[in-house]
Design a protein. Sequence first.
Length: 95
Amino acid sequence: MILKQCWNNSLDALLSHPRAEYIEGWAVTKKDGLAIEHGWLELDGVVIDPTLPGQVEKYFPALRFNAKKAYSLAAKIRAVPFVWELMRDKNILNQ
């Protein structure tokens, strides 16, 4: 996995965890307590973080998508994180 590519890493990890949900939100790091914009997966309530495994103290999810919707948004928006484009055009979710 590539550092500073958490959203892409998480989309890639969905291939190995197709029942997981793709999450965009915030994470607080263990090392220095910084709150960072972050992407990860959750499967049955368990965090799967391909970018910062074991380095996050607390996760704060904001957006949550199943694999089908995450890949559909990736194809439409062609950029991650999705949140910024969704704020500009809320109709994307209905397409």
